[in-house]
Design a protein around this ligand. Structure first.
Ligand code: GAR
Length: 204
């Protein structure tokens, strides 16, 4: 019987969303789950430092070192399974996963995306590009979405969304920061807690 669901977080970069999850765990906002493992697909990603500072084990798995998408996903899968993972969280993970992989973890992988899906999402829309596109379109409201991951990039069932106003004079960087602060860092930890609570209730 599990008192907490095991969470593995996949990252590629700065890891502010990972930081928000770790802070929520520390502060008891997440108390139905614990981050057991952080995996980066980029060598030296700052997210790895954040994990180490919180005492969470880390792994780095690059597609290049694996040689193919299949081998990359196999390695990810082995690590995820070895950590007895209940929930996989993509937190700024910039690699598209195949249908085979996402099917294996159906309703067990979530992602945070920095727009209000279905706007500014899908292949090519990641990181700062999303905010560049929002500003180019001239939208006055944007936001963030947490959703389940399936074989369609940013196409899985929506779990939560939060709107954020665009301000006059915004740059992609200022907008990115506001969307993180006012939306992503709030709805992602909240979704992790909710899903983990459901997992331990039904399987704990
Ligand atoms: C976040 O804004 C996240 O929503 C986005 O990249 C940033 C990563 O920041 N993810 C995507 O665009 C995925 N399609 P972080 O590494 O500081 O969490």
């Amino acid at each position: 019987m599990k008192d907490k669901a095991n969470v593995t977080v996949l990252v590629s970069g700065g890891g502010t969303n990972l930081g928000a999850i770790l802070a929520a765990e520390r502060d008891g906002i997440i108390n139905s789950g614990r981050v057991r493992l952080v995996i980066s697909n980029k060598e030296g990603a700052y997210a790895l430092t954040r994990a180490k500072e919180a005492g969470v084990p880390t792994e780095t798995v690059t597609k290049k070192s694996c040689g193919s998408q299949e081998a990359f996903e196999e390695k990810l899968s082995r690590l995820i399974d070895a950590a007895d993972t209940d929930l996989v969280v993509l937190a700024g993970f910039m690699s598209i996963l195949s249908a085979d992989f996402t099917k294996k973890y159906e309703h067990r992988i979530i992602n945070v995306h920095p727009s209000l899906i279905p706007s500014f999402c899908g292949a090519g829309f990641y990181g700062l590009h999303v905010h560049e596109a929002a500003l180019a379109k001239g939208v006055r409201v944007t936001g963030a979405t947490v959703h389940y991951v399936n074989e369609i990039p940013d196409g899985g069932e929506i779990i939560d969304q939060r709107a954020v106003y665009v301000e006059d004079g915004d740059t992609p960087e200022t907008l990115q920061r506001r969307v993180m602060e006012q939306a992503e860092w709030i709805i992602l930890p909240r979704a992790v807690e909710k899903i983990c609570a459901g997992i331990i209730k039904t399987e704990g």
